[in-house]
Design a protein around this ligand. Structure first.
Ligand code: CAA
Length: 258
């Protein structure tokens, strides 16, 4: 598929979306978000794709929602068009694992979108912030909610109230970022991790994802019950039989997603 604001590529079992509006530091205009939604729909419906990577390339992830596009909107405009909902939350609804590979600025809606992914891998050049306070508003794509769950109230509050930037080391220490790599290695390391996940049972990876995400939505007792039932359900799959037989026979498992 060809797009104007993103590049969507299939690299073996990994679908890669690269934001491509360098003149606007990859700011998320409506067209970019529509294209991202279409690319995600395509990756999700393609059985050959098992993992998705979202990146802005090696210079900038994204400087947030497109301020020029939204500056003149009224309440009625935003409410009527369900602004920052219909085409933004597709990432959070993906059932396949989604990795954010972040280099450079990851601001506002950029940070919010990276937090909708399953985990964030960062270059040592990455800078994270929720700067909406500096332009007279507040995060509108989950920043106050997901950031608080990831880094805790005190740090989320300080970041959202000051709009300051946090570097990759601090972001990893705070729990926002899973791992940090030298900028030159970010994409190679991301692809290695994506390919490793893609080599496992796609049923098991989707079950892991559902189960970890459940931890955000429910009590510990209910979350444990949900995990246990999915664990039991995994025993109905050929992939569980293959994985355990391969271990016993000391060979590499071949997972079919069945
Ligand atoms: N929207 C639209 N255009 C943007 C943009 C944005 N979020 N961020 C940068 N740009 C544009 C600039 O206007 C500039 O365009 P021109 O060359 O046509 O003037 C170009 O990208 C390069 O930017 P700068 O010249 O500003 O580059 P810089 O290196 O001096 O500064 C920066 C970089 C600190 C990231 C600065 O661009 C900046 O502060 N950007 C805005 C960040 C921001 O406030 N993001 C939050 C947006 S609101 C949001 O995301 C709401 C939400 O919750 C969904």
């Amino acid at each position: 598929m060809t797009f104007e604001n993103i590049i969507a590529e299939k690299k073996g079992a990994v679908g890669v979306i690269t934001f491509n509006r360098p003149h606007a530091l990859n700011a998320f205009c409506a067209a970019l978000m529509d294209e991202t939604t279409r690319a995600l729909d395509d990756f999700e419906s393609d059985d050959a794709i098992r993992v998705i990577v979202v990146t802005g390339g090696d210079k900038v992830f994204a400087a947030g929602a497109d301020i020029k596009e939204m500056a003149e909107k009224t309440f009625v405009d935003t409410f009527r068009e369900d602004f920052i909902t219909k085409n933004w939350e597709r990432v959070a609804r993906c059932r396949k694992p989604v990795i954010a590979a972040v280099a450079g600025y990851c601001l506002g809606g950029g940070n919010e979108l990276s937090m909708m992914c399953d985990f964030i891998l960062a270059a040592d050049t990455a800078k994270f912030s929720q700067p909406e306070i500096t332009i007279g508003t507040l995060p509108g794509a989950g920043g106050t909610q997901r950031l608080t769950r990831l880094v805790g109230k005190s740090k989320a509050m300080e970041l959202c109230l000051t709009g300051r930037m946090m570097d990759a080391v601090e972001a990893e220490r705070a729990g926002l970022v899973a791992r940090v790599f030298p900028a030159a290695d970010l994409m190679a390391e991301t692809m290695k991790i994506a390919e490793k996940i893609a080599s496992f049972s796609p049923l098991a990876t989707m079950m892991v994802k559902e189960s970890v995400n459940r931890a955000y939505e429910t009590t510990l007792a209910e979350g444990l019950r949900f995990e246990r039932r999915l664990f039991h359900a995994s025993f109905s799959t050929q992939d569980q039989k293959e994985g355990m037989e391969a271990f016993v026979e000391k060979r590499k498992a071949s997972f079919k997603g069945k």
